[in-house]
Ligand binder design. Sequence first.
Ligand code: SF4
Ligand code: SF4
Length: 387
Amino acid sequence: MVVAKVYFSSSRAKREEESLVHKIKRIFREAELDSTIGRGDVVAIKIHIGERYGHTYVRPKHVRAVVELVKELGASPFVTDTTGLDLTSSRGNALKCIEVATLNGLTNETIGAPIIIADGLKGLEGVKVKVNGLVLKEIYLPPVLAEADALISLAHVKGHPRTGLGGAIKNIAVGCVNKTTKALIHLKDPPYVKEDRCNGCSLCVKFCPKGAISIVNGKAVIDHENCLLGCGCWSICPEGAISGFRERHRAQVEFGLAVADAAYGVVKYFTPDKVGFINLAYDITPHCDCFTYSDIPMVPDLGVLASKDPVAIDKASIDLIRDSPGIPGSAAEELKIMNIGVDKFNQINLWEPLNFARKDGEPVPYIVLEASSKLGLGSLQYDLIRV
Ligand code: SF4
Ligand code: SF4
């Protein structure tokens, strides 16, 4: 059995050298993430840019620390994220993403490298990667990412309504693919038209970037052969006549397997030698950075983790969170999971604000971790090395 190495440095600090900026730089080298980067490489640093009204996401100075490390190695870094699934959403295209990133203080000036939204203006293009996974047969890598030589995942650790944990695996699985793959991960069916509600107004026809919708006998018809699955025609319809995101969610287990497949496809494309993982375990809210607000963190700040193994680093993050006390007044108190040693994200998908997608009872983080391990993405066994 492979026992992966996960390096951890606590948030505790009593002097400047113990700041997280310094610790990120130290742990990057300790975990030998520098070996993933060659001189002259173009390196993608994948973050989540956060949302318009939230305030819990990666700090610009921590992104800058990684940018500086990559530059010191003689490589060219860019910081990247991808557009949201629905074109009409607040991060639905690259222009909206840049606006949100700027609002959140993530600019070339603050982080020391350009932010390039990897899937183009609208996120419709992609480079096919065969996966033959547990649910997905293929994924589509954003064209910009497909041209990069190495990938550093710089994830903010938090809960997530569907993956349980938002960490390294979620950061690359959902965050490093185009809109079609995001839709394949989340949704079990392509959109369909509810004829009884459709009035034939043609708004969706004008909106569809693929020309996949036409009006036949006064009703919209979707050509599923041409449909990209995930651009949000359901949001543009004033009559609610196109089946929406929430109606078509995959069941929890299937979703978890699809996430593992996508993460596997991304690492397979780059090769494991060219991918490194850093998890920033602070502001550990119950929900993901893609929510438009921030709740009180569930546990105190923990610190920074680094590893070459995405499964091990996420498992270590979950275990460190489990072994922390809940913060009074947070979702941990509401869920009665305040005690040290109690899993904090096991049933997070059942908590009322996050149970919009599915109400299945499976312990969500472990579906993703076990499926990822089964695919050979990494190991559930790890040594935690404190630095
Ligand atoms: S926007 Fe809605 S109501 Fe209008 S044609 Fe499309 S499906 Fe029908
Ligand atoms: S019909 Fe398909 S391709 Fe057209 S907007 Fe809807 S999801 Fe996108």
